[in-house]
Design a protein around this ligand. Structure first.
Ligand code: SF4
Length: 282
């Protein structure tokens, strides 16, 4: 039996709400598995969230039949079903050919932007490269994006073996800062970012989620760490933190827009929230 790719969510009929391709109709594929565990998000400095463990120990979790039955987490990793082993039961397993077929169906049989997210989808890059090859060679899809934490490089070999490299391969890198609770030695990998830039020099960018508690110096230092002389210029996006639209999120968006003005970065909205609200599969 061939390799199977564990997929937590797969859905179309939506838009890419963030980053450089905001507003683009897209199919999302959330792949299970991550090499980090961001338990620090939303927590007081130095503390780690147990919210995902508490959800998993709850009767609600035991009774949940599908992903949409699970509560959203307010602290820690907001994609916890994509990283917690107990959530593997919500995954569907696909061979690369099967996954390409499911993406084709979710795209309503038209070539669309395909966003691989997670978890950390680059953990599965060899298998996903096969999916890309099928979608490109057989179904004429041209636009692919990996939403990655920036800790893993891209092995260009996977694609050049299977497809001519004249499609658009995007890397949206969201480096995890100290607020994530991960040690910097694990979360920040200059060689990995260099590899992604080498693969797609004009389609790779950094994206940081920010609010008033975000250490701005750390963002600036991390961006500087990812400069590679004059060879590559990497665009930087700041995106307001927040899963609901309210007065607080509006103020935070203004704060982040001011930061972008001061630092010369770009502002990323979260348009899927405006359009769909905060929910699984949107
Ligand atoms: S890198 Fe992303 S998916 Fe992985 S633990 Fe952190 S927030 Fe969750």
């Amino acid at each position: 039996m061939g390799i199977k790719i564990p997929v937590v969510e797969l859905f179309g009929n939506t838009i890419q709400g963030e980053g450089a391709l905001v507003g683009t109709p897209a199919v999302f594929v959330r792949v299970f598995g991550c090499n980090l565990n961001c338990r620090g998000f939303g927590m007081p400095k130095g503390e780690l969230s147990n919210e995902a463990d508490e959800i998993i120990a709850s009767p609600e979790f035991a009774a949940a039949k599908e992903l949409k039955d699970l509560p959203l987490a307010k602290t820690g990793c907001d994609s916890y079903p994509a990283i917690h082993p107990a959530c593997m039961r919500f995954c569907k397993m696909y061979t690369p050919d099967e996954l390409a077929d499911e993406i084709l169906k979710a795209s309503n049989f038209k070539p669309r932007l395909v966003v691989f997210t997670g978890g950390e989808p680059l953990l599965r890059q060899k298998d996903l490269a096969e999916v890309i090859s099928v979608l490109y060679n057989t179904y004429h899809f041209h636009d692919f994006m990996f939403e990655t934490n920036g800790t893993l490089g891209w092995n260009q070999h996977w694609l050049t073996e299977n497809a001519p490299h004249d499609f658009n391969l995007w890397f949206s890198i969201s480096p995890k800062l100290s607020t994530s609770g991960n040690p910097r030695t694990l979360a920040i990998n200059r060689d990995a970012v260099h590899s992604l830039l080498e693969t797609s020099p004009d389609k790779t960018y950094l994206k940081f989620v920010a609010d008033e508690n975000t250490p701005v110096d750390e963002i600036v230092n991390t961006v500087a760490h990812f400069q590679f002389g004059t060879v590559y210029t990497i665009p930087v996006y700041l995106m307001p933190e927040g899963g609901v639209l309210d007065e607080r999120s509006r103020k935070n968006a203004q704060y982040v827009a001011d930061l972008c003005w001061k630092l010369g970065y770009r502002f990323s909205p979260r348009e899927h929230l405006t359009v769909y609200g905060n929910a699984w599969a949107k």
